[in-house]
Ligand binder design. Structure first.
Ligand code: T4K
Length: 388
């Protein structure tokens, strides 16, 4: 994808844009065979046979029957909160994709933002405990970048204060904790199967939960609340996963291990190439009980020691056709629609991280030589901070 250097030491601009991610595509012939089945069925959505088969496969993968599929992660989380009757205040992180907070908004829940911890950018349990009020009903934590939250401390707080513990696990498909898929922590976990995720179903979302009684409720809520042809008891929405989404999800699942091991290689190469670069920081190695999925390559750019701000590096990389992303900047509380919320926590760490974070390209088709070249470009930019 990247042409050879000509004669200068200047690293070459990539021939094609290198984007932060590209979706995994199963072999077209396999997908076409699956489409043939859908054509023959003449069944396209509304709990079709492919969705039912796919649900059974995921149930086996997660070893959990309490699993429901949706057309995207945002609506899955929205319905999860609605189905659990969460009201009042929910303590959550400002360092996430805006969908996490929007799901609260659509349930008329007040988000209470507290700070994150500096290593893995997940909710700081101490800050969570300090923010609890008589109106607090739940904690909504995010396994951001697939880094597991401090789940033991959060579970302890939830138990002591009788709060629901909900995880946005949008980034965490494929992550294992103590050998088990991460979705079984807390009362409920939401996964996103969006095309930009390492595991996807074109678009899609999933809930895993403890309370078996929620299953039927989620089935109704994702289908506009219909209990029968003539009965609607709850104001649900249309959050149904269709058959083509289910087919993609089913086929990509077959390649999950391959996708993760490919990403592991690329992630480790980034780390090897960049770890010694002053001002580029990685999160520490994950604890021994965690098996990572390498969903993202987040690094922190320290302006002082790197010699340039994160934003300048981000802009300069584009000139080399390397398109990184600033996930997650700005913080959610700084978006116009949430700026009015009063906050007691100064969010010191979250603000620093949001100003420094840069996620580097990673996807299965990215070549090792691309990673090496991206790292060379970063080193080159650092040595030439005064050039435009
Ligand atoms: N909670 C968290 C923590 C989340 O991160 C998300 C979603 C959600 C909840 C909600 O789940 P969903 O409702 O989305 O299922 C992307 C995704 O759209 C979004 O799903 C994801 N988080 C977020 C982190 O990233 P953008 O605005 O950055 O997407 P976009 O279109 O700029 O794409 C990113 C890169 O991927 C581009 O460089 C192009 C490339 N791309 C994208 C698509 C869609 C492709 O190569 N092919 C494609 O088909 O939000």
């Amino acid at each position: 994808m990247i042409s050879e250097p000509a004669k200068s030491l200047q690293p070459h601009v990539a021939d094609e844009k290198i984007l932060v991610t590209r979706p995994f595509m199963p072999p077209l012939e396999e997908f076409t065979r699956g489409l043939r089945e859908i054509w023959d069925n003449q069944w396209l959505t509304n709990n079709g046979p492919v969705l039912q088969r796919y649900t059974r496969k995921l149930t086996r993968y997660f070893q959990n029957d309490n699993l429901s599929l949706f057309n995207n992660g945002t609506l899955a989380l929205q319905i999860g909160l609605q189905g659990m009757n969460i009201t009042g205040e929910v303590i959550t992180t400002p360092f996430t994709f805006v969908a996490t907070t929007h799901a609260l908004y659509w349930n008329k829940i007040r988000p209470v933002f507290v700070d994150i911890e500096p290593d893995y950018y997940t909710l700081d349990p101490q800050k969570v405990e300090q923010a609890i009020t008589p109106w607090t009903k739940a904690i909504l934590a995010v396994h951001v970048f697939g880094y597991p939250c401090k789940y033991r401390a959060l579970a302890d707080i939830a138990r002591r204060y009788n709060l629901a513990l909900i995880y946005d696990a949008a980034h965490a498909f494929g992550v294992r904790v103590n050998g088990k898929p991460i979705g079984n922590l807390g009362d409920l976990s939401m996964f996103s199967f969006h095309a930009t995720k390492l595991y996807h179903s074109l678009e899609g979302g999933m809930l895993l939960y403890k309370d078996q009684g929620l299953k039927q409720k989620f089935d109704y809520l994702r289908n506009l609340g219909f209990k029968s042809e003539t009965r609607v008891d709850m104001p649900g929405t249309n959050a149904r996963m269709n058959e083509i989404q289910a087919l993609m999800g089913e086929q990509v699942l077959e390649y999950l291990d391959e996708i993760i091991s490919r990403r592991k290689k690329l992630y480790e190469l980034y780390r090897q190439e960049l770890e010694q670069v002053p001002g580029i920081g990685f999160s520490p190695e994950l604890p021994g009980d965690v098996q990572a999925s390498y969903a993202y390559v987040p690094v922190r750019v320290d302006e002082k020691s790197f010699g340039m701000s994160r934003d300048d590096l981000y802009t300069r990389l584009k000139k080399y056709n390397v398109f990184t992303r600033r996930y997650f900047y700005p913080l959610i509380c700084d978006f116009a629609c949430y700026r009015h919320l009063s906050m007691t926590d100064p969010l010191t760490t979250a603000r620093r991280v949001a100003d420094q974070i840069l996620t580097l390209p990673i996807y299965d088709k990215l070549e090792e030589e691309d990673v090496v070249r991206i790292c060379e470009i970063i080193k080159h930019i650092q040595k030439n901070t005064d050039c435009t």
